[in-house]
Design a protein around this ligand. Structure first.
Ligand code: ACO
Ligand SMILES: O=CC(=O)O
Length: 526
């Protein structure tokens, strides 16, 4: 097995997480699983080519017995049985402490879409998580404000979200080949914290992003099984909540839970990446597959309702938790009107999820924790979850999941301009080290920015006609980019503008915006 070579700028305290033993553990994971990861990425490309050819998707004939079978996932551990409100956010120490003090039941500690993978963020996130497990997390702002965990006995259960299978960590190489980033994020966290978490009555729990098939879930399951054995912790200690946030995974919810049945805790309806995946997969399938303005697509759209109902039904039939997604409205402590609107919108969204049978849901900001908690308290009425709500009334077909053309809403110039503006602003924030940003009172992260740039690509390639009568063309987008960039008055740098144009307009559609942006980070020496 090759030793890991680090080629990265120095990060304070990195020696605490990049120990020889931890690096050897990650090197072993990479040596064992890298080639299978590569094969699965190739399978993604083949499947997408098939979707481009046929313009459709369906449930897999080869796994009908799994869908029909009578099985459940392993019983969910005691500290994960009440997930009525989960806060998500980056892992810098201040945000981490605020999340731990937020009153949520779970903190999704994001090493993925809310995080720019600067090496200092990759290492810094691990340090934060390690300190949190040991009750050693504290932070003093440059202004001298001190942050500490208020009541260590009442902090949320922490579920880190490693990066997706598509990402490589350029700062760590084995035999000259960059290491799979998901294995770096998971491996370092598991190595340093699994035993401590178990000793404290919890466990190594994770959110898994961007899976496209049950075979990718099988790979995670094998990684968990091997990691547990290698560290001598009991099999089944790891518990994963899988984001169902690609259209292909929506056709394999049962299969994904089945593959992970000894390690699964639930599924989450990751709506933003889901929309990105729909656009990505059907980007060249014709005008019937073009979605209306990004902000007009709600969870009430028939295809979104079908997806979330199917998720609740699948989870509860299998004894797994169904966790709702992110309403993007964020409150403002300075503007009461913005605040009121955010509270109303989030309340509406959480009420819909609670009445659909979800066991809990996500919020993006500490001020939204009480809103979500109140809605779920109301529906739970003394119970910890809604596993007893089986949703036998739900029957979802492939056509229901693919009812893209039944999504109400207009395609407007304002929507196009919004995509361009937000895309450029987000990329600027990402390149500056902030993977999540509040823009126009909405939470933006990699997933929402992916929708923005992909929608522009799709509208150009399908000649969408806007409310103004104008047809979306390459030239129109170039003109709008120039106008919006000028209006942003020097707040978006040239790299962000160029990246946006590349990701929205290149004939050869880039698979992931963050991969393109990562190259810019590396070129800058980050
Ligand atoms: C599609 C998906 O994948 S969703 C999941 C991934 N995305 C996320 O996790 C985004 C989570 N949210 C955030 O990162 C933030 O809320 C943002 C960037 C959108 C807005 O953050 P800010 O501009 O700092 O908001 P605001 O100024 O209102 O914050 C007020 C306080 O709340 C804190 N705060 C805001 N959001 C969070 C959060 N998610 N977790 C912890 N603390 C938070 C801020 O740190 C700030 O603390 P302070 O008063 O001690 O300085
Ligand atoms: O990761 C969550 C999403 O909505 O995307």
């Amino acid at each position: 097995m090759d030793r890991l070579e680090i080629s990265a700028p120095p990060v304070p305290r990195s020696e605490e997480v990049l120990t020889p033993e931890a690096l050897a553990f990650v090197a072993d994971l990479d040596a064992r699983f890298h080639d299978r990861r590569d094969e699965l990425l190739a399978a993604r490309r083949e499947r997408r080519a098939e979707t481009a050819r046929t313009g459709t998707l369906d449930f897999l004939p080869g796994t009908a017995d799994v869908r029909a079978g009578d099985w459940t996932v392993a019983a969910v551990p005691a500290d994960l049985r009440d997930r009525r409100v989960e806060i998500t956010g980056p892992t810098d120490p201040k945000m981490a402490i605020n999340a731990l003090n937020s009153g949520a039941r779970v903190w999704l500690a994001d090493l993925e879409d809310a995080n720019t993978p600067h090496w200092r963020n990759v290492v810094g996130g691990q340090l934060t998580l390690r300190d949190a497990v040991r009750g050693q997390l504290s932070f003093t702002s440059p202004e001298g404000k001190h942050y500490a965990v208020a009541d260590p006995a009442r902090t949320p259960v922490v579920l880190p979200r490693p990066r997706g299978w598509h990402f490589d960590e350029a700062h760590l190489a084995a035999g000259g080949r960059p290491v799979v980033a998901a294995l770096v994020d998971f491996g370092l966290h598991f190595f340093h914290n699994a035993r401590e978490l178990l000793a404290g009555g919890s466990g190594p729990y994770y959110y898994l992003p961007k899976l496209e098939s049950h075979l990718e879930a099988r790979l995670w399951n094998d990684v968990f099984t091997h990691a547990e054995a290698a560290l001598g912790v009991p099999h089944g200690s790891v518990r994963a909540t899988v984001l169902i946030e690609t259209i292909t995974a929506a056709f394999e919810m049962d299969e994904i839970l089945f593959e992970l049945r000894e390690h699964a805790a639930g599924l989450n309806a990751g709506r933003w990446d889901y929309l990105f995946s729909i656009i990505k997969n059907f980007r060249d399938a014709g005008p019937a597959f073009t979605l209306p303005d990004r902000n007009a697509v709600t969870m009430a759209a028939p295809m979104m309702k079908a997806y979330s109902d199917l998720l609740v039904r699948t989870c509860h039939r299998r004894g797994a938790f169904a966790i709702g997604g992110m309403a993007a409205f964020i409150p403002s402590r300075r503007d009461p009107e913005v605040n009121e609107r955010a509270f109303a919108k989030v309340r509406e969204d959480k009420t819909r999820e609670a009445s659909a049978g979800f066991d809990g849901s996500w919020v993006a900001h500490p001020d939204l924790v009480p809103v979500c908690a109140e809605v779920f308290d109301g529906v739970l009425a003394g119970r910890d979850n809604q596993l007893d709500v089986l949703r036998d009334d739900v029957a979802v077909s492939a056509a229901d999941l693919l009812a893209i053309d039944r999504t109400p809403g207009e395609r407007t110039e304002q929507g196009l301009r919004g995509n361009v503006r937000i895309g450029m602003q987000y990329l600027h924030a990402w390149l500056s080290g902030n993977g999540a940003a509040g823009i126009d009172n909405l939470m933006e992260d990699a997933a929402t920015a992916e929708i923005s740039r992909s929608q522009v690509w799709q509208w150009v390639h399908n000649g969408v006609r806007l409310d103004t009568g104008e047809v979306v063309t390459h030239d129109l987008v170039e003109r709008i980019v120039a106008e919006e960039h000028t209006a942003l008055d020097g707040t978006v740098d040239d790299d962000a503008r160029r990246l946006f144009v590349e990701c929205a307009l290149d004939e050869d559609y880039p698979d992931f915006l963050t991969l393109q942006a990562y190259d810019v980070l590396l070129a800058r020496g980050d």
